[in-house]
Design a binder for this molecule. Sequence first.
Ligand code: ADP
Length: 168
Amino acid sequence: MKKISIDLGDITKLNVDAIVNAANSSLLGGGGVDGAIHRAAGPELVAECRTLHGCRTGEAKITKGYRLPAKYVIHTVGPIYSGSREDPVLLGNCYRNSLSLAKENHLHSIAFSAISTGVYGYPLEEATAVAVKTVTEWLDAHPDYDMTVIFSCFSQRVENAYRKELGD
Ligand code: ADP
């Protein structure tokens, strides 16, 4: 069975154990996918987020999903693209730390938004390469753990980038 798949559509509709939010460091909501997740989850989400006292770039924190079909939300903060060598390291940390946090919580399905590729300005092809490489390496490093990964693509352009990177 394939462990990685692509979904074209809105991440807030996905019925998975966890969806990964491209949050900002305050964790108190924002635009883009973050705003969509908070709107769909309801006000209980920001209330729980307030108890977490923010999140550093590359790190990940977990909350419940409230009114979402997803049971949990993993909030990670992508790097604001700068063109430095740190960018892919920090972006890779987002994917790796989110997967490890999901495993610690005994979760088995996770859907990622295309972290940093919106207002944070990460070039789509480069970000997609980091996402696919990091997730593939994590899955290879945990062969005995059942984890299904979905890359949630909000546009055809994003979907095309993932299809190209995954070679399907
Ligand atoms: P960042 O600040 O990390 O760049 P954005 O939310 O601006 O985060 O964008 C990240 C990605 O999320 C973009 O590719 C954007 O198209 C996508 N996106 C926006 N809304 C949704 C949604 N409802 N479901 C899935 N992806 C979304």
